[in-house]
Write a protein that binds this ligand. Structure first.
Ligand code: FMN
Length: 329
C-alpha cells in the first residue's frame, strides 16, 4: 500500500531519517538500493543557502535513485526560509521538509529547529511562507515538545496542518530528552489521531519487530528510521520484505555487510574525494563492524583509515578473522 504526501506517492515500508553528518548521499543511496522508500537529506541552513555557500550546495544534492526524496531546511526567519526553499528547487527535491525538532544549540539556540515548538505562531508563518514559495509539498519534522512541562505535539501538528503542511514527522521525544530514553509512541498515536494529513512516526525503530510494532501501536502512515540503520542498511530490505509477504529474512552475513560498507565508501569517494570520504567512513566502519568477531580490535583500526585501500585491507582482515573463528568452532 502507498501513501500520498500532496501529489507525491511513497511506498508504505520504511524511510531513512535525516541525519546530519551521517546520512549523506552515499549512505542514502545504499539505503535506497536496499529498500528505503523515502530519504531526506541532511538539514541545511536556510541562511547558508541564501548566501550560496558551496558546502551547503553539496548537502542538497540528491542522487538519481533518491526519488521521491526530500531536502530539509532549518532557520527561524520566514522569508529567508521561503527564499532558501525556492533556491533548493534547483536540486529537484520532491518534498521540502522543515526542521522543527533539532535540539542542537547551534540550531535551537538561534531560534530554529526545536526552539520553534516554543513559538508556534512563528512556526506557522514559516510553513505558510515556504509552502507559498515552492511547487512541491512541504512537510514538518518536530518532537513531542520542548520539555516535559510543555508537551504540545498534538496542537503543533494541527497548527502545521492548518498552515499548509502536507505531512508531519513526529519524533517521540522532547527537546530536553535529546536522544534518550525511549521514544514515546503514545504521543505519535495522538498526533496521528488528531490530523488528516499523513503522519510519519519516528524514534527507536531498529528491527523488523519494532517496525511492525510502531505501525500497529500508532497507526502511522509511514515509519522513519535513524540510528537503527547505521551500519545496517539491509534493515530496509528486511522490513520491506516482511511487510510484503511476512518473510523474515536472516540478518546479512559479514561479507554482505562489508560489501555495503565498501559500496557506500566508494560512492562517498566519488562525491567528496578520498580524504573527506575516508575520514567520514571511520565512524561508519565502526558501526558496520559492530558484533563482529574481534570487533574491538578491528574497530580500533577504523580511526586511522585514510585511503580506500586501508579500508579494503581492514575488510579483508575482518573476513579472515571470521573464517578463522568459524573453523575453530
Ligand atoms: C547524529 C544525528 C544527526 C541528526 N540529524 C538530523 C537532521 O539533520 N534533521 C533532523 O530532522 N533530524 C536529525 N536527527 C534526528 C533523527 O532524524 C531522528 O529523529 C532521531 O535520531 C530519532 O530516530 P531514531 O531513534 O530512529 O534514531 C539526527 C539524529 C542524530 C543522532
Amino acid at each position: 500500500m502507498n501513501l500520498k504526501i500532496g501529489t507525491v506517492e511513497i511506498q508504505k515500508t520504511a524511510a531513512l531519517a535525516p541525519l546530519a553528518g551521517i546520512a549523506d548521499r552515499a549512505f542514502r543511496e545504499v539505503c535506497r538500493r536496499l529498500g528505503a522508500c523515502y530519504t531526506v537529506g541532511e538539514m541545511t541552513s536556510s541562511k547558508g543557502l541564501t548566501y550560496q555557500n558551496k558546502k551547503t550546495a553539496d548537502l542538497l544534492t540528491l542522487g538519481p535513485t533518491e526519488h521521491p526524496g526530500g531536502i530539509q531546511l532549518f532557520g527561524d526567519d520566514p522569508l529567508t526560509m521561503a527564499r532558501a526553499a525556492e533556491l533548493s528547487m534547483a536540486y529537484e527535491p520532491d518534498i521540502i521538509d522543515i526542521n522543527m525538532g533539532c535540539p542542537a544549540p547551534k540550531v535551537a539556540g538561534n531560534g530554529g529547529g526545536s526552539a520553534l515548538m516554543k513559538n508556534p505562531q512563528l512556526a506557522g508563518q514559516i510553513i505558510r511562507e515556504v509552502s507559498r514559495a515552492v511547487p512541491v509539498p512541504v512537510t514538518v519534522k518536530f518532537r513531542k515538545g520542548w520539555d516535559a512541562r510543555s508537551v504540545n505535539a498534538v496542537e503543533f501538528a494541527k497548527m502545521a496542518e492548518q498552515s499548509g503542511a502536507a505531512a508531519v514527522t513526529i519524533h517521540g521525544r522532547t527537546r530536553q530528552q535529546m536522544y534518550a530514553p525511549c521514544a514515546d509512541w503514545q504521543i505519535i498515536k495522538e498526533v496521528k489521531d488528531a490530523v488528516c494529513i499523513p503522519v510519519i512516526g519516528n524514534g527507536d525503530v531498529d528491527s523488523v519487530a519494532s517496525a511492525v510494532r510502531m505501525y500497529e501501536q500508532t497507526g502511522v502512515d509511514l515509519i522513519m528510521i535513524g540510528r537503527g540503520a547505521l551500519g545496517n542498511p539491509y534493515l530496509f530490505t528486511q522490513i520491506s520484505r516482511y511487510l510484503l509477504d511476512g518473510t523474515l529474512l536472516p540478518d546479512p552475513s559479514l561479507a554482505q555487510r562489508m560489501g555495503y560498507l565498501l559500496e557506500q565508501t566508494r560512492l562517498a569517494v566519488e562525491y567528496k574525494g578520498e580524504y573527506v570520504a575516508l575520514k567520514e567512513a571511520r565512524k561508519h566502519a565502526a558501526w558496520y563492524l559492530k558484533g563482529v568477531h574481534g570487533a574491538a580490535r578491528l574497530r580500533g583500526r577504523t580511526g586511522s583509515l585514510k585511503t580506500l585501500s586501508d579500508l579494503e585491507n581492514l575488510i579483508q582482515d575482518a573476513l579472515e578473522e571470521e573464517q578463522k573463528s568459524a573453523s575453530q568452532q
